[in-house]
Design a protein around this ligand. Structure first.
Ligand SMILES: C[S@@+](CC[C@H](N)C(=O)[O-])C[C@H]1O[C@@H](n2cnc3c(N)ncnc32)[C@H](O)[C@@H]1O
Length: 244
């Protein structure tokens, strides 16, 4: 391995540890449990991504795979919270000297929407909109990017409820789409609005597939409606992905 590759590995693994809060054993659950953080099963108090070490490592592999294979398009996360996974994606682009791909962040930047049981009965019991801990403002997320020296014009923010923003989002082509909206509504709207913009060979990553049943149902409903069976691959027993 060259010195450059070693430096890249060290930086990305240190960045991941910082983003998920593991360096300081930062968790809402006590005592801190390394296995839980590995799979993103607890939330950091101050850390800025809750996806855990394995999903972060997979995100690196997926990013580097689309770069290596030349899958065209930008990368995007719908449901960013404090921005950690997107900061990581921006770092990977920077390390590879990529200047013609953008990182898109879509979020209300005020938490999850109240359930809309008439349109999305699978969300009827969701109380996630009451969780203050799931709110992070756009200003805070911009500040988080700036702290890591990664806020620039390749980082694009789309603020608002997915139902209002995603159908007309000014994103033309995606090499990677990461869904992390925790609800049926958030998942199905992302897929309906953006799936057709994912390039052949692009990654579709669903963070909550095994964590939130409504999210899994949304994926299945979408695929059934479109008449395809995605080749779903496991990441860490929580998140999954397939290639378009
Ligand atoms: C679990 S958090 C995302 C975690 C993040 N990806 C990370 O790296 O830690 C879910 C996020 O989705 C956003 N969200 C969920 N549903 C939404 C919707 N329908 N419209 C806009 N934002 C939504 C919430 O505001 C919240 O920031």
């Amino acid at each position: 391995m060259s010195d450059l590759e070693t430096a890249r590995d060290l930086y990305l693994s240190l960045l991941s540890e910082c983003l998920i809060g593991s360096l300081i054993e930062d968790s809402v659950l006590r005592p801190y449990d390394k296995q839980r953080r590995d799979r993103g099963l607890d939330w950091p108090l101050w850390g800025i991504s809750m996806i855990g070490r394995q999903r972060m490592a997979h995100l690196r592999k997926a990013m580097e795979c689309v770069l290596r294979e030349g899958v065209p398009g930008d990368v995007m996360e719908t449901g960013v919270w404090r921005g950690g996974a997107c900061i990581f994606m921006r770092a990977v682009l920077k390390l590879h000297g990529i200047t013609d791909r953008r990182v898109w962040l879509a979020d209300s930047f005020e938490g999850l929407p109240p359930p809309d049981p008439n349109s999305f009965p699978a969300d009827s019991d969701s109380t996630l909109h009451t969780f203050d801990r799931l709110r992070a403002s756009l200003e805070d997320v911009r500040e988080n990017f700036a702290r890591y020296g990664l806020l620039d014009d390749q980082v694009m923010f789309i603020k608002g409820w997915f139902r209002d923003t995603l159908p007309t989002a000014p994103v033309s082509q995606l090499a990677l789409l990461r869904l992390d909206g925790d609800m049926y509504e958030s998942t199905i709207i992302t897929l309906e609005s953006l799936y057709d913009r994912v390039s052949p060979g692009g990654f579709v990553i669903v963070d909550d597939y095994h964590g939130v049943e409504a999210c899994r149902t949304a994926v299945h409903d979408f695929c059934a409606r479109r008449g395809f069976r995605p080749g779903i691959e496991e990441i860490d027993g929580m998140g999954v992905y397939w290639r378009a």
